[in-house]
Design a protein around this ligand. Structure first.
Ligand code: NAD
Length: 307
């Protein structure tokens, strides 16, 4: 497999993990970020990865967008959703005529944002269940099984995307090109809309939510609203599968604090717009009522405002 030139835009938890594992597998990876602490740590001590394969420290280049000059084969966007446009604008000079863009960010609207920077025929999106935590600057942890599904934004078949998926797979990030990746994206959105906003508003962990019957009922009811919108969009989402994934998280992800809760606690903006906000707007277009999702949207916005 010939090495792929990959730049990771947003080298936090996910970007560091994907970039680190791809570098370890022999690909030419550059991390791009704006966080001075992360940049200093990776430059001075390398990137420490701890996952089921063990713990190791990798030397890997990390740059601010304005320092980077190489136009990669793939630019993988791993900022939080609210930073995508600003990050791409600052990294516009890295998107060459051959550069393809991939977003594996949570939420809706990622393809649309990327399309402002490259033709749809060079944009891929996807859904990943890989978990990653940046426990300290320059130190990323991950564990357990995962699956990543990718597809070109225009639905076309693409040899470069197949090669990237195979490379991710070989690097320890199981990945397939899947025409139904958009269905997977929406099912994960249903999961995140429910658990992220409920945990954020109640300041409970996923297990804390699952411990109360009201928490479980509400989580499923909120997810059902997103699934109804997805069906109105013509997507063959599977309600049973989504509810089973939620039950699994409520039962087994006890101490996990979803990123929206972590962001509120740290007084940072959250991804509420691309989760609950996007569902409220899509529901309006279809004339569907999503009262729980809308209330949670307003409550998280209020909490963000207060922070
Ligand atoms: P993170 O906050 O750890 O990392 C985001 C990084 O983007 C940070 O290092 C930040 O400094 C950087 N950034 C912000 N503005 C930038 C800019 N203008 N230019 C360059 N870099 C910039 O977030 P994360 O947990 O890695 O999540 C990234 C995305 O992946 C989110 O959409 C999230 O929902 C999704 N996701 C996360 C997980 C997870 O387990 N962490 C799992 C699946 C999907």
């Amino acid at each position: 497999m010939s090495p792929i030139r990959i730049s990771i835009l947003g080298a936090g938890a996910m970007g560091s993990l994907f970039g680190g594992l791809m570098a370890e597998a022999g690909h030419a990876v550059e991390l791009i970020d704006v966080n001075p602490a992360q940049i200093a740590a990776v430059r001075e001590q390398g990137l420490l990865i701890r996952n089921d394969a063990g713990e190791r420290r990798l030397a890997i280049p990390i740059k601010r967008p304005e320092e980077a000059t190489r136009q990669p084969d793939w630019l993988i966007v791993f900022t939080k959703a609210m930073h995508t446009q600003g990050a791409l604008a600052a990294a516009r000079h890295l998107i060459g005529p051959q550069t393809r863009l991939l977003s594996l960010q949570n939420g809706l609207g990622n393809a649309e944002k990327l399309t402002a920077f490259a033709d749809a025929s060079r944009i891929a999106i996807g859904m990943t269940t890989v978990p990653a935590d940046l426990v300290a600057p320059g130190e990323v942890h991950s564990h357990g099984e995962s699956k990543t599904r990718v597809v070109m934004a225009d639905g076309s078949e693409n040899a470069a995307l197949a090669a990237l998926a195979a490379a991710l797979d070989a690097a320890g990030l199981p990945c397939t090109v899947d025409p139904d990746a958009v269905v997977a994206i929406w099912e994960k959105v249903a999961f995140n809309v429910a658990l992220n906003s409920l945990c954020a508003v109640t300041q409970r962990t996923v297990g804390g939510l699952g411990a109360a019957a009201e928490g479980r009922r509400l989580a499923h009811a909120v997810a059902s609203e997103t699934l109804a919108v997805a069906q109105a969009e013509g997507l063959a989402v599977l309600a049973e599968r989504t509810h089973a994934t939620i039950d699994h998280a409520l039962d087994h992800h006890g101490g996990h604090k979803p990123s929206m809760l972590q962001d509120l606690l740290a007084k940072r903006p959250t991804e509420i717009e691309t989760l609950n906000g996007a569902i409220v707007r899509a529901a309006e277009r279809h004339g569907i009522a999503v009262p729980r999702t809308e209330t949670l949207y307003a409550l998280v916005k209020l909490a963000e405002h207060a922070a």
